[in-house]
Design a protein around this ligand. Sequence first.
Ligand SMILES: O=C(O)c1cc(=O)[nH]c(=O)n1[C@@H]1O[C@H](COP(=O)(O)O)[C@@H](O)[C@H]1O
Length: 281
Amino acid sequence: MTVPEPFGARLRRVMDERGPLCVGIDPHASLLAEWGLDDDVAGLERFSRTVVEAVADRVAVMKPQSAFFERFGSRGVAVLERTVQEARAAGTLVVMDAKRGDIGSTMAGYAEAYLHKDAPLFSDALTVSPYLGYGSLGPAVALARESGAGLFVLALTSNPEGPEVQHAVRADGRSVGATMLAHLAAENAGEAPLGSFGAVVGATVGDLAAYDLDINGPLLAPGVGAQGATAADLPKVFGAAVRNVVPNVSRGVLRHGPGVGALRSATERFAEEIRAAVAGS
Ligand SMILES: O=C(O)c1cc(=O)[nH]c(=O)n1[C@@H]1O[C@H](COP(=O)(O)O)[C@@H](O)[C@H]1O
């Protein structure tokens, strides 16, 4: 049996080739309306296809947001399946943003759904929530290793409510967010060129000097664009770890649709700003 190439190695290569930008596929009802589409499955499909056509051959990563597909039930999930497959076929890596997290035995079911190589929704990586305890993610870690897939574990999220949990200080004096980063560093130990177990660290979170971001894994950084962070913030927030940052932009690009050309131009602008900010750091 051939061992699949790990996600971290595939990600490093495509980031080096295409730059690190991740474009989100977030078919909000408001965006469907702005694009002149109906808020139904046909509108969802047109929206997703257009975003894939516009950028999947040029960005390192795309991140479909599962909630906006699940909203339409099984037919929406069928669109999600096709979106993942078409995006991957165009050479981008797909991070399924479903933020799954459950007790270990149920987590195994979620892992099968997204990380088993024969699953209809198989994705290169999955966002997961560790707030039932990092160890509850064990089945997803194990299956990701087997399938050459990756995980992005919510560590320091971009939303203002996150610190209530993530900045809480444990009995050993370490914050919950820092503990998640330490778990990931252990997961990625010895991997080269990059481990497959990433952290989600919002670009909006401000000063991270107190955190050890050197996890030898990717850092998914949502918050650029609509949530107010800019490319120039990335080196300030992430310091030396900026080399491993995958900045996500969803609405900042998507609001330029429905024209493929305008979506591409917006993507290129963000990509160029990010390239310049990272190179100058
Ligand atoms: O895991 C995520 O992707 C995520 C984590 C986080 O801390 N903050 C965050 O905004 N996200 C996701 O990133 C995307 C951000 O979208 P925009 O604000 O439109 O660029 C959404 O799909 C969010 O669900």
